[in-house]
Design a protein around this ligand. Sequence first.
Ligand SMILES: [Mn+2]
Length: 430
Amino acid sequence: MTQRINKELIAQENVKLESFLKEDYEALGNKLARTGINIEDITAKAAAFQIAVPSWGTGTGGTRFARFPGIGEPRNIFEKLEDSAVINDLSQCTERVSPHFPWDKVDDFTELKGVSDSLNLKWDSINSNTFQDQPGQEHSFKYGSLANTSAASRELAIQHNLDCIKWGKILGSKTLTVWVGDGSNHPGQQHFQHAFERYLESMKTIYAGLPSDWELHIEHKMFEPAFYSTVIQDWGSSILAAMELGPQAKSLVDLGHHAPNVNIEMIVSRLIQFKKLGGFHFNDSKYGDDDLDSGSLHPYQQFLIFNELVDAQYRNQEGFSPNYMLDQSHNVTDPIESLMNSAASVQRSYVAALLVDRQALSEYQTHNDAIMASNTLKQAFNTDVSPILAMARARKGGAIDPIATYRASCYRKAVAQKRPSSGRSGSGIV
Ligand SMILES: [Mn+2]
């Protein structure tokens, strides 16, 4: 029997906040009306916004040093789905889950699809994993997978990706996301060009196995586990590979996978321009691939990215339909709370970007009025759109205050009863 948040509890918690929300929503509506914006149009768009939850994000994360498991952690994909359903019940913007194979592999994918259907959840991009060896694996990925010097290891990695497509078809997914840890730790260890050639050759075989209505997303990452060079190190390598493969191959932007201070929103613009923006892994970062909660450190950067996305949407840019997904590691919080907070944070950036006066911005840009162009963006960013987000959630049956309602439900304590600790407290990034 699946544990869920009681609908009556959500309604009961919402009643406490309804009159305040109505007041705040009305006040914001009046404010927006003065600039010609109909709040109902914006709320409808906020309600339609969706961002996928990563299956692995529902468990407590860790670092190279240790992992401190929380209580009632999901032990398999079915329990991860239960937690994902709770997140969506309260947030009403996370109806899709992105699985990671073989972590989430099951014997019967039709059964898994049945369970997700019963929870009103859909499947987002399938993530393949060739950055670690599985028990009994014949050919190791220690020195890489798709770019390994060993043809047998490359073949194994290719086959795993083809399996991921096969499983994804049963689940109803339309995207395969490929990230490889391939690279080197010592100068001279790897021939840069030959490694990239081997990667491309492997990816061409995977691309050939892609159904015609699927996309192949290439995720780059600057470093780790390889600390000197990485085969798909930056968006340059990523877009080169995507161009080499064909129109169904696109680049995926993980916010934590860039060099510090890189202008990510401009990279996003370039990818949009050349029909190569596949999707996002949202998270936040202070030093590197920190996988912190989205918008917890750089909400303005997240807004500026959405400014580009909304701009492309309004221009009906050809080939523009990116997948949005969270990719975070929750080391000290309840993952359900972090994921709800983060989904709302990304949704907030989207909604704020909808408020940008694009005609005024365009005129300021034409006349090189830097101050007013910048202020136009800041005006939208500084608008507190919380009432719109809360109203969008409440109208769909979600919680006005997701975290307060989640805490009132005592869900974590309840599932802890039937999910005894796995005892896994060793190191490991998940
Ligand atoms: Mn990622």
